[in-house]
Design a binder for this molecule. Structure first.
Ligand SMILES: Cc1ncc(COP(=O)(O)O)c(C=O)c1O
Length: 458
């Protein structure tokens, strides 16, 4: 059969060129196309992706209210860094910083920064730890050549990235089967006068639990008193910073603890804003190393910047402020409790199937369910992840834990704001059916398993 090439006039009248033509993909296009063609081309590509509402791997926001979406759409043309031109946007950033410092119980005046996400916030926070350590060492006449940073294997990859990019020795406390967070006894042997800080996680990427932050703080307070070692504690609250204040307001992990000097939180996770916003909050103004702040004359105004990037959008800062004032403590508490309740129901249903062990039930945790097969089956967690996405389009990741728990495989389902009780009931049924199919046919084919996403998501 000869190929059918529609006329340009027909394509323009009834459809678009890419109904039959191959998409531009390798070379810079010689000619352009109409805006409608370009829009449909992008839309058709995106239609092939997974549905964000069934993406239970990501911690990142997949839904915002229509009013917030309007703020975002109406402010995409506003470059956040142009503080001279957009002083109200800059003021709104400062309001968010003050509100978060208040939420985290900062004792007085403080400072912080809007960032692209927790990764940038962690890079900046850890740089400040390094700079402050160097100043302390120089003042004491000690060498500044071998800085180290102590954290557990339960951290996000960004902490190792920081160490590699900025030449700091990572002192990583390994996990163990059944032990997926760290505490003071793990940290103590690694701390010395070259330790720029200890990083502890509030809501790990792997199981959603917290390190023993109170215990680590007590250890560092003791080291300060007994050995004059003043080692700061940074809390990575990428996910937990917007969960603990509302679900566990009496649990101390923040600036209520003496050695906690800085905290990062992702606005685009449980801050409920679309991707592209994180926050770094210092306990006191003096915790930000002054050398890291650049005073510059830009477009006629002197401005102080503390950031790894420069130009970026204002929309997500404005959307964060919208959420903070729209929800307040009462609204965030309502949303977090709903998610926690649905996570409880999902965990109950998984437990009732008799096949699964729930990880760390009853402990303070992000609103998620981390689970694994309890006994011997003729399939494993990776097979379930595959079957569930093939049958129903749910994205529930399966992954192995970091060393020395690398032989433990778990699955994790985030229960987010948009996950209704009906979704939970359906997901539980779909997991049960996926297991029944696998029990009949055995595990997925190796070629299917090769396609499974095995990371924990973020
Ligand atoms: C504990 C933790 N820290 C840091 C990050 C990195 O955060 P972001 O994606 O906001 O850069 C994540 C992301 O999942 C995380 O879970």
């Amino acid at each position: 059969m000869t190929s059918y090439i529609p006329s340009d006039a027909d394509a323009a009248l009834f459809g678009n060129r890419f109904a039959t033509a191959e998409v531009p993909s390798a070379t810079f296009p010689d000619t352009g196309m109409s805006s409608v063609d370009a829009m449909r081309l992008v839309g058709e590509d995106i239609a092939l992706e997974g549905d964000p509402a069934r993406n239970l791997a990501t911690f990142v926001t997949t839904w915002m209210e229509p009013a917030a979406q309007r703020i975002i759409a109406e402010n995409l043309h506003r470059n956040f860094i142009d503080h001279a031109e957009y002083p109200r946007t800059a003021e709104i950033e400062q309001r968010c910083i003050r509100m978060l410092a208040d939420l985290f119980h900062a004792p007085g005046e403080t400072t912080g920064a809007r960032t692209q996400g927790s990764s940038e916030a962690i890079m900046l926070g850890a740089l400040s730890l390094k700079w402050n350590w160097r100043t302390r060492q120089q003042a004491a006449g000690r060498p500044t050549t071998a800085p180290n940073l102590v954290f557990g294997g339960d951290v996000h990859v960004v902490w190792e990235k920081f160490c590699r990019y900025f030449d700091v020795e990572p002192r990583i406390v390994p996990l163990a089967p059944g032990k997926y967070t760290i505490g003071p006894d793990d940290v103590a042997p690694h701390v010395d006068e070259n330790t720029i800080g200890v990083a502890a996680v509030l809501g790990t990427t792997f199981t959603g639990h917290m390190d023993d932050i109170v215990g680590i703080n007590d250890l560092l307070v003791r080291l300060k008193k007994e050995r004059s070692l003043d080692v700061p504690l940074h809390v990575d609250g990428a996910s937990g910073g917007f969960v603990w204040p509302f679900l566990y307001p009496d649990s101390s992990w923040d600036f209520r603890l003496e050695q906690v000097r800085s905290i990062n939180v992702s606005g685009h996770k449980f801050g409920l804003v679309y991707p592209g916003i994180g926050w770094l909050i210092f306990r006191e103004t003096s915790d930000l190393a002054p050398d890291l702040v650049f005073e510059e004359n830009y477009l006629g105004k002197t401005d102080a910047t503390f950031t790894l990037n420069f130009s970026t959008g204002s929309s997500m800062v404005l959307a964060q402020y919208y959420n903070l004032v729209r929800y307040g403590r009462a609204g965030y508490t309502y949303i977090m409790k709903n998610m926690q309740e649905n996570a409880r129901v999902l965990a109950d249903k998984l437990e009732a199937m008799g096949r699964f062990e729930i990880i760390g039930r009853g402990d303070e945790q992000l609103p998620l369910v981390a689970f694994r097969l309890a006994g011997e089956e003729n399939f494993d967690e990776f097979d379930i992840a595959w079957q569930l996405s093939a049958e129903r389009g749910w994205m529930v990741p399966a992954y192995t834990l970091p060393p020395d728990a690398q032989d433990v495989t778990i699955m994790r389902a985030l229960v987010k704001e948009t996950m209704s009780r009906e979704h939970v009931d359906t997901l539980a049924r779909d997991i049960e059916e996926a297991c029944a199919t696998l029990a009949r046919k055995g595990g997925a084919h190796p070629s299917e398993r090769a396609k499974i996403v095995t990371g924990p998501g973020h």
